[in-house]
Design a protein around this ligand. Structure first.
Ligand SMILES: O=C(O)[C@@H](CO)OP(=O)(O)O
Ligand SMILES: [Mn+2]
Ligand SMILES: [Mn+2]
Length: 560
């Protein structure tokens, strides 16, 4: 159903009361798993989070946050913030970017679409540049999709191809950049044998080059621009794999996420793949948040975030359209999921005054992702979104408390002000620090998140409200790579574990409580496989409203 035909009115719930102030708390990267010394949440003192399960076990359950439950292709796909918050906000399961790209490539539809036709025009005389994450994490991109795209491009007349690779180490194990770069080099060699001049043109680590988000640090995007567009970088090598090896040897702290930018040069020292007038560019990530800044730099005429020096006239397409409101980029290879009629829009249209808050690195999660990848307000009279500036230029194990307390305080004040009906936050700590692989720091991070939860829960207590606590996917609860059969951490001959920086496939807690929660409101027992998409209808009920009939069912019921 398109927005025009939408009936926005939600009926009053026959029993559940309206008008309770509701705190919706998302702990980013907070799953439920084996409780051993590599579970940072288990090791950290988290008295507030522990208390819910101990004192009200009937108001505590687990929900699915990975795989098909959040619109990902398979049960092996770990959850992530985009799909998790999309499901939380939209109340339904949409086939997500990963799946949509898979099918567009498999059916060949991708190569017949408007976006591909747009870039194809450049093939006879220009170069096709592919920029994106070199990984099979399935969170932002997948290697087999890059492969499919390269193959299809060559079959459709691409004669010159350059790959600008961003190394991962966040959704996949650190150190795997070598393996992926080698795979890429082999595939490029095959394309050369087919007559396409195909090469790697530049490389950089995702967290240091290009993939910033929510305007946290434009220097990251600038470093990428310099290497990818201008062909300038602090390091130059004639071979990408060798370059990676040399950089690793030179720096004991080297890791894939923060690999410095380097460009590939020819024997004469000239960069092999700067982006120039007449070229085509595709940003190959399907996930939006960390491609939007680059998309703006590539597409926007008016742009003042950094000096682009030279702005080539290119044919640009995103793998998907990354922002539905900004229509960015204008051209894309695969239609994004049409996430419409989100709970945020429904609630605002039914008069629910909403406050949303996080720090920069997760700000878009409780706004943009929550609202179906749309930036901005539905109604600025009823909504207020507050962004607390994140630290930038550091890895978060250096400041593991991040801005948790500031977020908690802002939310507490919003609750106590009684100006809002829903106060929604994301607490980033477990996730952002978990991604650094630093177990000690992640323990500190989890403790800080727990303290922030306490601030909000105490405020809800004071105003007689309701709290809902959940997470978007796992991360901090597992910091070790495990044997899939035994669950035991994999250790090397010196007894060292292999650090797990990625998200997990674990379920996440779902907790309700607060003095405003009538004793008749119970968690249903007949939805054992409920997932994040069941949260929206639940929250609508707790606001005293009946959810739309096509939403995944509510997890609460009224039992006299
Ligand atoms: O940092 C990110 O981009 C992802 C991991 O790739 O994490 P999250 O989905 O939690 O934002
Ligand atoms: Mn997340
Ligand atoms: Mn994460």
């Amino acid at each position: 159903m398109g927005s025009n035909a939408t009936n926005w009115k939600l009926e009053a719930h026959p029993n559940m009361p309206k008008g309770k102030i509701l705190a919706m708390i998302v702990l980013d990267g907070w799953g439920e798993q084996i409780k051993d010394e590599y579970n940072a949440i288990h090791v950290a003192p988290t008295p507030c989070m522990d208390s819910f399960r101990e004192t009200a076990p009937d108001r505590w359950r687990l929900v699915k946050a990975h795989g098909p439950a959040v619109g990902l292709p398979t049960e092996d796909d770990m959850g992530n913030s985009e799909v998790g918050h999309n499901a939380l906000g939209a109340g339904r399961i949409f086939a997500q970017g990963a799946k949509l790209v898979d099918s567009a490539i498999a059916t060949g539809k991708l190569f017949k679409g408007e976006g591909f036709n747009h870039i194809k025009e450049a093939f006879p005389t220009g170069t096709l540049h592919l920029i994106g994450l070199l990984s099979d994490g399935g969170v932002h991109s997948r290697y087999d999709q890059l492969q499919g795209l390269m193959k299809g491009a060559v079959e459709n007349g691409c004669k010159r191809l350059r790959v600008h690779a961003l190394t991962d180490g966040r959704d996949v194990l650190d150190g795997t950049s070598f393996k992926f770069l080698e795979m890429l080099e082999n595939d490029l060699k095959e394309l050369r044998e087919k007559g396409c001049d195909a090469q790697v043109a530049s490389v950089g680590g995702r967290m240091y080059v290009t993939m910033d988000r929510y305007d946290n640090d434009w220097n990251v995007v600038k470093r990428g621009w310099d290497a990818q567009v201008l062909g300038e970088a602090p390091h130059k090598f004639t071979n990408a794999l060798e370059g990676l090896k040399k950089l690793k040897e030179a720096d004991p702290k080297f890791n894939d996420q923060y690999c410095p930018a380097f460009v590939i040069v020819d024997e004469a020292g000239k960069p092999v793949g700067p982006i120039v007038d007449g070229d085509a560019v595709v940003t190959i990530n399907f996930r939006a948040d960390r491609m939007i800044m680059l998309a703006k730099a590539l597409e926007w005429e008016k742009f003042d975030k950094f000096d682009r020096v030279r702005v080539p006239k290119i044919r640009y397409a995103g793998m998907l359209q990354y922002d539905g409101e900004l229509k960015l980029p204008t051209k894309y290879l695969v239609d994004p999921p049409e996430i419409d009629r989100t709970s945020g829009e429904f609630l605002v249209k039914n008069g629910v005054r909403t406050f949303a808050c996080s720090e920069t690195v997760k700000f878009g999660h409780v706004t943009f992702f929550w609202n179906g990848n749309r930036s901005g307000y539905f109604d600025n009279k009823l909504e207020e979104y507050v962004e607390i500036p994140s630290d930038s230029g550091i890895t978060f194990n250096e400041q593991p408390k991040m801005k948790a307390l500031e977020i908690g305080e802002k939310a507490r004040d919003a609750i106590l002000s009684k100006k809002f009906d829903q106060i929604r936050v994301n607490l980033p700590n477990g996730d952002m620090v978990g991604h650094t692989g630093d177990l000690k720091a992640t323990i500190v991070a989890c403790e800080a998140a727990d303290k922030a939860v306490k601030l909000m829960v105490d405020a809800i207590e004071q105003v007689g409200g309701i709290f809902v606590i959940t997470a978007d996917h796992g991360n901090a609860e597992d910091m070790a790579k495990r044997n899939p059969k035994t669950g035991e951490p994999i250790k090397d001959k010196d007894g060292n574990i292999q650090i797990l920086t990625s998200h997990t496939c674990a379920p996440v807690p779902f907790i309700i409580g607060g003095p405003g929660l009538a004793k008749e409101i119970k968690l249903r027992k007949d939805l054992p496989t409920a997932g994040l998409a069941n949260v929206a209808a639940t929250v609508m009920n707790l606001h005293g409203l009946v959810a739309p009939s096509d939403y995944e069912p509510s997890m609460v019921e009224w039992v006299q």
